[in-house]
Design a protein around this ligand. Structure first.
Ligand SMILES: *[C@@H]1O[C@H](CO)[C@@H](O)[C@H](O)[C@H]1NC(C)=O
Ligand SMILES: *[C@@H]1O[C@H](CO)[C@@H](O)[C@H](O)[C@H]1NC(C)=O
Ligand SMILES: *[C@@H]1O[C@H](CO)[C@@H](O)[C@H](O)[C@H]1NC(C)=O
Ligand SMILES: *[C@@H]1O[C@H](CO)[C@@H](O)[C@H](O)[C@H]1NC(C)=O
Ligand SMILES: *[C@@H]1O[C@H](CO)[C@@H](O)[C@H](O)[C@H]1NC(C)=O
Length: 385
């Protein structure tokens, strides 16, 4: 029926979700005229002259899961489903953290047009059993949370800061009492530009991405003090040092299961005042080897550049697969070859995948349009720490 698709493998017969398996070989030499921008998914264009290709792209735009590689079937499996569990505004939702102890998803509405001129003193907690959503305020309030990781039963959250009163912070939140403590708010008296995300290594050390996005969207009013920077912070001593600096932009960050590789997407494609995105800007996902101290990154290589749009939130699963919020959906990337194995889609149109959080055999995606729950995933996704 669709000449550009492979049949699904037999064990994927009768899935609850709608799947497609793209044939890269069949797509290799297209007939006629075609075009798309690098910022949109292949199925978001109607600029193709071959009617069979047009029909295939229309079909792909209705799927839940698109495979490019057969390993994607082994990772996700036939039992997986995706549900749009919270329909929220078409604006950024960010900082998802799955809290196992309370069976809740922490996440935020980020930036403009929401909040007060884009500023948010509150966050969301979603009870994943009942799907009850409530707004919370920590004690004291946390302004403009942007990234979250759970470690040792606490939430570690980074913020952009707030107006000209507060620069970016790393805070610790008790998920039961909602008590908040500021752990870090400066680099030897230098303010941060505005944190975007963080990662925590198996020993509890932090990698913090300091970005231009908070300044670019008017959340902090002071000029970024440096170019976007990834900082390492040693848990026991609070010794801190830059480990990566870019003239693009810093965004997500994630570490491999053995703690020896760091993945950092660049989002230099976004520029501000006015907000625009250019296909000529940086979008690549870089991989770095991490020294045993955790404090030196080396051997930078371009692991992957997104098929479309840009990588925002990044998480690495228990078995090392790299999951990236990538606009049309969450792309799953092979850490060795860098190939995109498949995409978990969030419905097309204005829906947009920004970031994600793992449970055991499930994940939650947050983005423009709300929250999606992917359950029944074959491989275990959450990690040991
Ligand atoms: C797949 O399912 C269809 C019915 O939905 C059935 O006719 C077909 O034999 C099945 N194929 C395999 C390989 O299990
Ligand atoms: C493809 O479309 C873009 C606009 O989205 C245009 O700038 C470009 O010239 C087109 N390329 C071709 C080969 O038609
Ligand atoms: C929000 O922005 C408007 C327009 O710039 C300004 O008049 C207003 O004071 C701002 N409100 C706050 C709370 O900053
Ligand atoms: C986890 O937190 C507890 C209580 O605060 C502390 O005693 C313990 O050392 C922490 N464990 C790790 C691995 O940080
Ligand atoms: C893809 O699907 C979405 C959701 O149904 C729709 O809004 C959008 O227009 C579709 N895109 C194309 C190019 O057909």
């Amino acid at each position: 029926m669709y000449n550009y698709l492979n049949p699904l493998p037999p064990f994927m017969n009768g899935t609850a979700a709608k799947w497609a398996y793209v044939s890269m070989a069949a797509l290799a030499a297209l007939p006629g005229q075609f075009n798309r921008t690098a910022l949109e998914a292949p199925w978001a264009t109607s600029d193709v002259s071959d009617p069979v290709l047009a029909q295939t792209l229309d079909y792909l735009n209705t799927t839940d899961f698109v495979a490019y590689d057969k390993r994607f079937f082994d990772i996700i499996g036939p039992g997986a489903t995706i549900d749009h569990v919270q329909k929220l505004a078409f604006q950024s939702h960010e900082a998802p953290c799955y809290i196992k102890d309370t069976n809740q998803l922490f996440f935020v509405e980020w930036g403009p047009p929401g909040g007060e001129n884009g500023t948010h003193p509150w966050q969301y907690l979603l009870d994943v059993a009942t799907n009850e959503l409530r707004k919370i305020t920590t004690d004291p309030p946390t302004f403009n949370a942007h990234g979250c990781v759970v470690y040792n039963h606490s939430l570690y959250v980074v913020t952009d800061g707030h107006g000209d009163e507060e620069s970016g912070q790393l805070v610790k939140i008790d998920p039961h009492s909602l008590k908040q403590d500021v752990l870090l708010n400066n680099y030897l008296v230098q303010p941060f530009a505005g944190f975007n995300d963080l990662e925590i290594d198996p020993r509890g050390n932090f990698y913090l991405t300091d970005s231009k996005s908070g300044w670019g969207r008017g959340i902090v009013s002071f000029t970024p003090p440096t170019n976007p920077t990834v900082y390492f912070v040693e848990r026991e001593t609070y010794r801190i040092k830059p480990v990566h600096i870019t003239d693009g932009n810093a965004n997500g960050v994630a570490i491999s299961p053995r703690g020896d590789v760091l993945y950092v997407p660049d989002t230099g494609l976004s520029s501000y005042y006015p907000v625009t995105k250019s296909p000529y800007g940086k979008r690549a996902l870089a991989a770095f080897d991490i020294s045993s101290s955790g404090t030196v990154l080396s051997n930078e290589r371009m692991l992957s550049n997104p098929i479309s749009y840009f990588y925002d939130g990044v998480r690495v699963s228990r078995n090392g697969w790299i999951f990236c919020g990538a606009g049309d959906g969450v792309d799953v990337i092979d850490p060795e070859s860098g190939f995109t194995l498949g995409t978990i889609r969030v419905g097309g149109g204005e829906n947009l995948a920004v970031s994600l959080a793992f449970g055991r055999n499930e994940l939650w995606i947050v983005g423009r349009g709300g929250v999606w729950h992917v359950k029944g995933v074959r491989e275990r996704l959450d990690r040991d720490w």
